[in-house]
Ligand binder design. Structure first.
Ligand code: RIB
Ligand code: CA
Length: 323
């Protein structure tokens, strides 16, 4: 059983990823921590509680950072809806977060008690993770791994031409995480379109099952569906967090590329860009040989060659498993 903590800014694609982890028998979700991102942290916390209740599970939730380390908060209600969950009147949790314990302290406590065992999955801005690393770097060094939906991967940005939302929302925190020395696995914004996107047919098939979990997973993405119809004239739902969760759960749906990653935080035009160098031959190798980016060896693995069709089959199987 893999021991997992999920850190999330529960928007609707996060909710699908959380359902995957809760419903997969190979995973023990020790806790879920929430952070400002898609929506303010209070809303992300309510959305998280609701998602856990829909899955019929009992997992402690700890609220975390309500703002980034340095920059002003940014949200994505224009994509996920005002409540972050499709504005479908789905969010009426009867449970509450654990009172009086900040997400970063909850993460540190669990890692301290489970050295070398915990895999931390980040689905939003990594402010809580950076706070934990800055508070107790040695403790966070006891993590087994970090799996992160973040960066543009090997493609363009989705929030600026070069930056993906989770990094753009707190690039300073992301830089702290990328330098913490823990094995890091990244699913970027280049993975979730094409075969990996839910089509109307995929969503209708899930609704036709009459399964309440599958219904919730589709309905909470109603705003995302509208956003995609408006901006790319396609009735599809793209699920970045669910794709990275699939990469964590099922190694046969992806390959990994070992990379050096450099996080841009100083120039406004490139704020939140993450430059990956996978060891390819470059015209001016002297530049990289001198390691101008400040590191000498790879500091992460990036998901590539993602099998969208296989992922969607597995996802559908998970969502209809529990009545
Ligand atoms: O860029 C996509 C990421 O930003 C996803 O995690 C989505 O939920 C938003 O947080
Ligand atoms: Ca997210």
């Amino acid at each position: 059983m893999r021991k997992v903590i999920i850190d999330t800014d529960v928007g609707s694609d996060d909710a699908v990823a959380i359902l995957m982890a809760l419903l997969d028998d190979s995973v023990d979700v020790l806790a879920i921590t929430t952070v400002s991102g898609n929506v303010p942290v209070e809303q992300a916390t309510a959305n998280c509680l609701q998602t856990i209740e829909v899955a019929g599970k009992n997992v402690p939730v700890y609220a975390g950072a309500d703002r980034p380390l340095v920059r002003q908060p940014v949200h994505a209600m224009n994509v996920h809806g005002k409540d972050g969950m499709g504005d479908m009147n789905l969010i009426h949790p009867v449970t509450a977060p654990v009172p009086g314990i900040h997400a970063c302290d909850a993460i540190l406590d669990l890692v301290r008690k489970n050295p070398w065992e915990i895999e931390l999955i980040t689905l939003g801005p990594v402010t809580n993770i950076a706070l934990a690393i800055m508070k107790e770097p040695e403790t966070m060094g006891l993590l087994k791994s970090i799996w992160s939906m973040s960066t543009a991967g090997f493609g363009p940005g989705n929030t600026t031409p070069v930056a993906e939302f989770n990094v753009y929302a707190d690039a300073e925190a992301y830089k702290v995480m990328m330098n913490c020395g823990v094995p890091i696995y990244i699913g970027g914004a280049d993975l979730y379109e094409g075969d990996a996107a839910w089509t109307q047919e995929d969503m209708d098939a899930l609704l036709d099952t009459g399964n309440p979990v599958a219904k919730f997973a589709v309905e909470c993405n109603a705003a995302l569906a509208k956003y995609n119809l408006l901006h790319c004239q396609k009735s599809i739902v793209t699920l970045p967090d669910a794709v990275t969760m699939a990469g964590f759960l099922w190694e046969d749906v992806r390959k990994l590329v070992s990379c050096m990653a450099y996080v841009c935080v100083s120039e406004p035009a490139t704020y939140g860009q993450v430059i990956f160098y996978a060891g390819q031959v470059l015209a001016d190798m002297s530049g990289f040989d001198a390691k101008p980016y400040g590191f000498a060896e790879p500091n992460c693995s990036v998901i590539a060659d993602f099998d969208g069709k296989l992922y969607k089959q597995r996802l559908a199987g998970l969502l209809v498993r529990h009545q």
